[in-house]
Structure formats: structure tokens, C-alpha cells
Ligand binder design. Structure first.
Ligand SMILES: NC(=O)C1=CN([C@@H]2O[C@H](COP(=O)(O)OP(=O)(O)OC[C@H]3O[C@@H](n4cnc5c(N)ncnc54)[C@H](O)[C@@H]3O)[C@@H](O)[C@H]2O)[C@@H](O)CC1
Ligand SMILES: [K+]
Length: 499
């Protein structure tokens, strides 16, 4: 399986390279694309009374003309509706010329119960909001509730961002070519695609690689080779030591969730660094997790010197006060080999929004620790307001821009969590579940990331793995999940990955 996500631009480049090398030409690719869709329709809807094929003016419409021809040749009653004729001399014009079914104007399209709609209006070339004629055709389709098979993308969904341009079809099935596009996985587009089937139209892996695509669907298949398993002669510190900072007496639970998750995700030792005032609260709830008093930077430095943890988690339960941000900056400035990586979450991120210039400056220092930021939408907007306000950027592009800006791995959380690295690599997670929308779930994610980093998994792969494992644990546990359940639910996931 191949997990690259191609932007429409990269896909067009893959098409161009494939045609340039030969032997297949543009109309050949289009015939393969349309042929695969016709096969799927015939296999899945053998009893369909009528198939309405809606064709746009570009190559997406060209695919539609191929489908219409093949279905008609197979004895299916085909209604063909077009908006605009294909450009003369284009592949789509060739496909239209080969199609024996006469096209009616889109305004005449009126689907009836029992029919099927093939949406071949716009795909990769969608560049502006849909016009009213198409919006009305979408509304007529939705009103009847018939299955919609989208060619490449549901018309109206941006392949780049998953945004809806004006309106969009709700597809039952979306058939795309060679690789998925970001718009298939980013919301709201993802919800409109229905089932997604990727068909091979003869574009090789080498051609995909030549496009320079650096985005992936998050999948264990490509990061599992880096997944840590303890050496036979491991001792607890060689398996990785994580330190987690606790909040005050009334806000200690977040750190413990993070600490428990770090331990379950394989860290050999986990220390909760607690203010003196919260020691009793933490002590009452911790058993295998080490507890250590830390009220000042000096206390933390003493811990770093004595215990040499690989990774620190800073943020869960700390409160958004400016001094929390100041301490985060101090931690980064004293790192200098005392610890390898910092996971900044929740209030650790929010509190830095008042010290953004100092933060970005600190990230440029050569001895700065590796950094993983785990913002949700609100936290992202506070730390990266200019990037968040740039509506021309998709969530994927925003995460990448933030990763470059902060020299950090950014885990931009949500139903379509994006993980981005400063070198341009990025992944979109697809096993998320609304079960994770529960208090404390983010604290658990920070702990998993920290544990994998402490076990020396490379940072981008560790972040991708943590996001996937977190969701997988939630899915396996199922309804009724609260954050306390997640660390134990990780056990099964870790066991399978480590095998
Ligand atoms: N040789 C190739 O390049 C292949 C392309 N394929 C198909 O070609 C599609 C891409 O084709 P195109 O690049 O022609 O793009 P589209 O067919 O998606 O769009 C066609 C043109 O419509 C115009 N347009 C965009 N948004 C509009 C709107 N809202 N209202 C009115 N007009 C609008 C633009 O000028 C755009 O170029 C893919 O989605 C895929 O279905 C497949 O046949 C595989 C091979
Ligand atoms: K389409």
C-alpha cells in the first residue's frame, strides 16, 4: 500500500510524467479511470434502473463520458447531463466524441428514486465556488437521496484542503486515482466522500516519488520499523525516562494521566515533578510513577542532573499564567544536553502566546531541545495567529508552516489531526474517533509522544505513532471511554505494534 497524499498539482504532474514516458497517453489514462468506475458501478449496483452521469467541462467530465459509454455498452439505461462542452482537442472532447449517449443540459437533470448519480462535474481542477446551476443539481440529488458515486472528488470539495466551495455532493462512494488527495482526508471534505476507493490507472510508484510528494496518510506500515522494543539487557533508565510537570494542588490529574500513558507506552521510568503544595495530592495517587518535588528552576536542574531524563512534558494542568510561559522558555534555554526533547501541550502552549517573539527566537538556538507541540484549534490560533488567520492555507499547510516557524514537530489536533515536521513532511491521521473528545485525552497523547521519544524513536515517526496509538486505544475501548481508561487500553495496541 502506498500512503502518499498528492495535491491536485502533484497529481497533474504524475499524469504528465506518465504520459511523457508512455506508452499510455492522456485519453488512455482517462479510459482506464472511467473503466474502473464503470466496473465498480456494475459490480455494486447490478439492479440500478438508471444511471445519471453528470459531466463537467474538464477532464473530470471526460472520465464521466467514458463511464457513460461503458455503462451504455453494458445495457444500462444512461442519462447524460453536461455543463459546458469540453475544450476542443482535449482528452475530454475525445471521450465525449466516443460516447454514444446524447448529452442533455444539466438543468434537465431530475434524478428519481432507484437511480444512481455519477458526479463527474469537477475534480482536481475545481478552482472557484460552484455556480447556481450545479448547486441546484446537488440539492435535487440530496432531496431524492439516491447513491452518488463521485469521480475523483465530490464536486465542490477542494482536493487541496477538503473545504467546500459553495456546495458539494454527499457521495456514497468516491473513486480516485493512483493516490488519495489531502481533500479526501481533511474535514469537511472527508465526511462528504463516503467510502474512498483508490484505483490503479498505471501511474508507477517511481512517478509518484518524482512528484516530490511529502504528505502521507498516517499508517503503522511506514513508521512501524522505527517502533521501539526493549533490548534484552534493558534496565528501566535505558528504556527511557520521562519527566512530567504537575500543576498545583487542585490540578494534578492531568500530569498523572500523561505520566501513566508514558509508562504504558514503554518509558522505563516516569517522574512526576510536583510543586511542594501538590505533593500530597500526587502521592495519594501514584504507585509505580516516581514523585519528586520541583518548585523552582533550581529544583528542576537538580532533577535533570541527577536523573537525566530524555524527555520532559510541560503543560497539562499548569494554568495559562504568563509565568508558565516564562518557565517553558527557561527550560528550553537550560536544556543544552540535559534532556533531549520537550513536549509542550495545553497551558504550556497557551502561556507562550504572550511571549511569542521570545519563543520563536529561542527555537533558533543551536542547542535548543527537540520540541513537539500538540495544539488543538484554539491553542494553535493563540501561538500561530498569522498562520491560523491565513484562509488560503489548508489545515495541512498551516501545520507545516507552524512546524517550520517553531522548528518543531506540530501535532495539530482535531478529528483530522495533522502531524507536521519542519522539513516539510506531514501526515493526516484517519483512525480518530469522537470518543477522544473527552477531558484529559490530550494529556494522555502528550505522555505517549514523550515515551516514544524517550525510547529514541525519530521525532516525526514518534508523533505519528502516538497519534495513531491514542486513537486506536480509544476505538478498542469503545463507548464509555474516559481519559483514565486510555493508558490501560494502550497495552494491547503496544503489544501488537511491538511484535
Ligand atoms: N490525463 C489526466 O490528467 C487525467 C485526469 N483525470 C481526471 O481529470 C480531472 C482533472 O481534470 P481538469 O484539470 O480538467 O479539472 P476539472 O475537470 O476538475 O475542472 C475543469 C475546469 O473547470 C473549471 N472550473 C473550476 N472550478 C469551476 C467552477 N466552480 N465552476 C465552473 N468551472 C470551474 C476550471 O477551468 C477547470 O480547469 C481529475 O479530477 C480526474 O477526474 C483522469 O482522467 C486521469 C487522467
Ligand atoms: K467529481
Amino acid at each position: 500500500m502506498a500512503f502518499e497524499l498528492l495535491t491536485p498539482g502533484e497529481m497533474a504532474e504524475a499524469d504528465r510524467l506518465t504520459i511523457a514516458v508512455g506508452p499510455v497517453d492522456g485519453i488512455g489514462l482517462m479510459r482506464r479511470a472511467g473503466g474502473a468506475i464503470a466496473d465498480l458501478v456494475l459490480a455494486r449496483y447490478p439492479g440500478a434502473r438508471t444511471v445519471h452521469v453528470l459531466c463537467g467541462p474538464g477532464n473530470n467530465g471526460g472520465d464521466g463520458y467514458v463511464v457513460a459509454r461503458l455503462l451504455a455498452e453494458n445495457g444500462v439505461a444512461v442519462g447524460l447531463f453536461a455543463t459546458g462542452a469540453p475544450r476542443e482537442g482535449s482528452d475530454a472532447a475525445l471521450a465525449a466524441a466516443e460516447c454514444p449517449v446524447a448529452a442533455a443540459p444539466l438543468a434537465a437533470f431530475a434524478p428519481e428514486a432507484g437511480s444512481i448519480v455519477i458526479d463527474a462535474l469537477f475534480g482536481a481542477g475545481l478552482s472557484k465556488p460552484l455556480g447556481s446551476e450545479i448547486v441546484q443539481a446537488i440539492a435535487r440529488t440530496a432531496a431524492v437521496g439516491v447513491p452518488v458515486i463521485a469521480v475523483d472528488l465530490p464536486s465542490g470539495v477542494s482536493g487541496v484542503s477538503g473545504d467546500i466551495l459553495g456546495s458539494a455532493f454527499q457521495a456514497t462512494l468516491t473513486v480516485t486515482f493512483a493516490r488519495k488527495k489531502p481533500g479526501h482526508l481533511l474535514f469537511p471534505g472527508r465526511a462528504l466522500c463516503g467510502e474512498i476507493v483508490v484505483v490503479d490507472i498505471g501511474i508507477t510508484d517511481a512517478t509518484i516519488a518524482a512528484t516530490g510528494a511529502r504528505c502521507f496518510e498516517n499508517d503503522p506500515a511506514w513508521w512501524r520499523p522505527h517502533f521501539p522494543s526493549p533490548a534484552n539487557d534493558a534496565h528501566k533508565y535505558s528504556r527511557g525516562h520521562v519527566g512530567v510537570f504537575s500543576g498545583g494542588p487542585s490540578a494534578t490529574g492531568a500530569a498523572r494521566l500523561s505520566a501513566m500513558a508514558a509508562a504504558r507506552a514503554g518509558a522505563g521510568a516516569v517522574t512526576v515533578l510536583s510543586p511542594g503544595a501538590a505533593l500530597a495530592a500526587n502521592a495519594a495517587h501514584l504507585t509505580s510513577i516516581i514523585l519528586r518535588r520541583s518548585d523552582t528552576l533550581q529544583d528542576t536542574l537538580a532533577f535533570l542532573g541527577a536523573r537525566k531524563p530524555e524527555v520532559l512534558v510541560y503543560g497539562p494542568g499548569l494554568g495559562p499564567e504568563p509565568e508558565v510561559g516564562r518557565f517553558a522558555l527557561e527550560l528550553m534555554s537550560v536544556a543544552d544536553g540535559r534532556f533531549g526533547a520537550l513536549v509542550l501541550d495545553a497551558d504550556g502552549i497557551t502561556s507562550l502566546s504572550h511571549r511569542r517573539a521570545a519563543f520563536f527566537e529561542a527555537r533558533k538556538r543551536p542547542n535548543a531541545p527537540a520540541l513537539v507541540l500538540t495544539p488543538h484549534h484554539g491553542e494553535f490560533g493563540r501561538l500561530f495567529p498569522e498562520i491560523a488567520a491565513d484562509a488560503s492555507l489548508s489545515k495541512l499547510e498551516q501545520a507545516r508552516a507552524a512546524a517550520r516557524r517553531a522548528h518543531a514537530i506540530v501535532i495539530y489536533k482535531g478529528p483530522d489531526t495533522v502531524i507536521a515536521a519542519p522539513d516539510g513532511r506531514a501526515a493526516v491521521n484517519t483512525n480518530g474517533t469522537p470518543l477522544l473528545a473527552t477531558a484529559g485525552s490530550g494529556d494522555v497523547l502528550s505522555g505517549i509522544v514523550a515515551a516514544l521519544l524517550a525510547q529514541r524513536m525519530p521525532a516525526f515517526e514518534a508523533a505519528c505513532a502516538a497519534v495513531w496509538m491514542h486513537a486506536e486505544a480509544a476505538r478498542r475501548f469503545g463507548p464509555g471511554l474516559i481519559a483514565e481508561d486510555l493508558p490501560l487500553a494502550l497495552r494491547e495496541v503496544v503489544a501488537e505494534l511491538g511484535r
